[in-house]
Ligand binder design. Structure first.
Ligand code: ATP
Ligand code: MG
Length: 203
């Protein structure tokens, strides 16, 4: 089947403690559900610090990427970042993230479908609430910035974690779900989304 692999693409989403506390679980699920992706796993947990540490340690390039992104965001606002070393900045962020993620219940999910990773990131919006555009979840429901979060030594309150790449998703999903917790099933809507000639509609 053409594009078969892309239709099976999976991504990890976590509604972080701020999303749960702000009663946005349903809104987040609704947005992903309505775009056509399929929910294949779901659980509510209070992550341990160890679980949080595993989650934020899987991607070896994460610290460099996250630190660089944050430093650029400080500079773009004409502000001086607390450090020019991206690894040092990201290590500080990692510490605050461990406290944040393990501070209360979160909802972990696996979404599956065509370009699942990219589509979920698009609907979620960019990491820093100040620059995430309206229409995205972060753009519509968050008001934070890196500079505010970094000065207060806390992590940016942006409601959601969503895997950044397919490789990241493949590393992250097993940290939250056993194989038997991820369901294989057919969603009727997939016939409209993926069927090449729609020959199942007319009687
Ligand atoms: P996520 O991985 O949560 O989906 P992301 O991939 O857009 O978001 P990352 O760069 O992986 O962002 O950062 C992970 C999380 O760390 C962010 O969602 C945010 O909560 C927090 N974070 C990132 N940079 C900063 C920063 N400079 N100050 C405070 N918190 C930050
Ligand atoms: Mg990330």
């Amino acid at each position: 089947m053409q594009n078969y692999d892309k239709k099976q693409e999976r991504t990890l989403v976590i509604v972080k403690p701020d999303g749960v506390q702000r009663s946005l679980i349903g809104e987040v699920i609704k947005r992903y559900e309505q775009c056509g992706l399929k929910l294949v796993a779901l659980k509510m947990v209070i992550p341990s610090r160890d679980q949080a540490l595993k989650h934020y340690s899987v991607d070896p390039e994460w610290a460099l990427k996250t630190g660089t992104k944050s430093i650029e965001a400080w500079k773009a606002k004409g502000l001086t970042p607390p450090t020019n070393d991206p690894i040092e900045l990201a290590e500080g962020v990692r510490k605050t993230l461990l406290d944040f993620l393990s501070s209360g219940p979160v909802v972990a999910m696996v979404w599956q479908g065509m370009h699942a990773v990219g589509v979920i990131r698009k609907i979620t919006g960019s990491t820093e609430p100040l620059s995430s555009v309206p229409g995205t979840i972060r753009g519509d429901y968050t008001i934070d910035s890196y500079s505010a979060a970094d000065s207060d030594k806390r992590s940016v309150r942006n409601i959601i974690h969503a895997s950044g790449t397919v490789a990241e998703a493949n590393n992250e999903i097993p940290l939250w779900f056993n194989k038997n917790e991820i369901l294989n099933y057919r969603l009727v809507a997939e016939e409209i989304l993926y069927d090449a000639n729609l020959d199942g509609i007319l009687e």
